[in-house]
Design a binder for this molecule. Structure first.
Ligand code: SAM
Length: 290
């Protein structure tokens, strides 16, 4: 497996890649387009993300990495050079960025290959699809996903959540966004349609240029689903605002009996406390009414 160690061995080439990308970005007139924002995470941030995808999500030389909102394709090139992933793919809605990205990736790889790589590094001719993630039916042979989805609309995030969860091949996704302060990360992901997932790791990363801090969440299909599938949840009886005190009591007893679930990697998770907090709040409101 091309794990973190192997990526460190490719350090010199990764340095050459970043120099080549800087030069090519200037030549294509920067990464801006006509839609959404443009921005990339620094080299050290992307290195940490790729290392985590390798360590927790098993990304290696047999992997296909997809960048949703690919911009110029910088993180994909990093994965190709540092991890030798089998294939890179990108989805980008902005036609101007797409035009730039095709030239950027082709020419950057030419420059890196001149440095003398073990094997010729290349991207498939059709590596980039110029369309929105919402218009996709499936993630195809993708095994790993990267997305710096700041500025991407919620419907697009929901579309990705459903596609990722439905995919039989996807193992892990790295999501970069503003830190979810005081939020239950798994509940947030569940609301976006990511079911049966576990947050393997999260850490701060910095945006190139602006220096803004974001957070990378490494999410794997490696745990015991805390919420079950969306379909299961829809079938489950919902304790609503009219929940009786007996129902609330029974729910709390059930929670105590369940005690928590163990993830595949042996970490202990408590069942979601949020539904119970809601139940308590509803019950209190009901008592106040009567
Ligand atoms: C913050 S940039 C990230 C660029 C690149 N992934 C990187 O890290 O260097 C987000 C990108 O998502 C694209 N985007 C926005 N909405 C999208 C959608 N619905 N489907 C696909 N791409 C989208 C934007 O045009 C923008 O290029």
């Amino acid at each position: 497996m091309a794990g973190a160690g192997e990526a460190k061995g490719a350090g010199g080439l990764v340095r050459s890649l970043y120099l080549a990308m800087r030069s090519m970005e200037n030549r294509v007139g920067g990464g801006e387009g006509i839609e959404g924002i443009y921005g990339s995470i620094t080299e050290s941030g992307v290195t940490k993300i790729m290392e985590a995808l390798a360590e927790f999500g098993g990304m290696d030389k047999s992997s296909t990495l997809l960048d949703v909102g690919a911009g110029l394709g910088r993180p994909l090139l990093h994965a190709l050079v540092a991890y030798g992933v089998k294939s890179i793919r990108g989805i980008e809605v902005d036609p101007v960025k797409c035009q730039k990205a095709k030239v950027f990736v082709e020419k950057t790889l030419e420059m890196v290959n001149k440095k003398g790589t073990e094997a010729e590094l290349e991207a498939d001719e059709d590596w980039l699809q110029c369309r929105s993630i919402e218009s996709l039916d499936s993630l195809g042979p993708t095994t790993h996903v990267y997305t710096f989805w700041e500025g991407i609309p919620v419907v697009a995030k929901e579309a990705l959540g459903a596609l990722f969860s439905e995919s039989a091949t996807c193992k892990a996704i790295a999501v970069v966004q503003r830190a979810l302060r005081n939020k239950d990360t798994l509940l947030y992901l569940d609301q976006l349609g990511f079911t049966g997932v576990e947050v393997a790791k999260s850490f701060p990363v910095t945006m190139s240029g602006s220096g803004r801090t974001f957070r990378a969440y490494i999410i794997c299909k490696c745990g015991v689903p805390r919420f079950g599938s969306t379909a299961e949840r829809e079938k489950a009886p919902v304790l609503d605002a009219l929940a009786s005190d007996e129902q609330v009591g029974e729910a709390i007893q059930q929670k105590k009996r369940r005690g928590g679930v163990k993830s595949a990697r042996g970490q202990k998770h408590s069942q979601s406390s949020i539904p119970f907090m809601k139940i308590k709040k509803f019950a209190r409101a009901r008592r106040q009414k009567s």
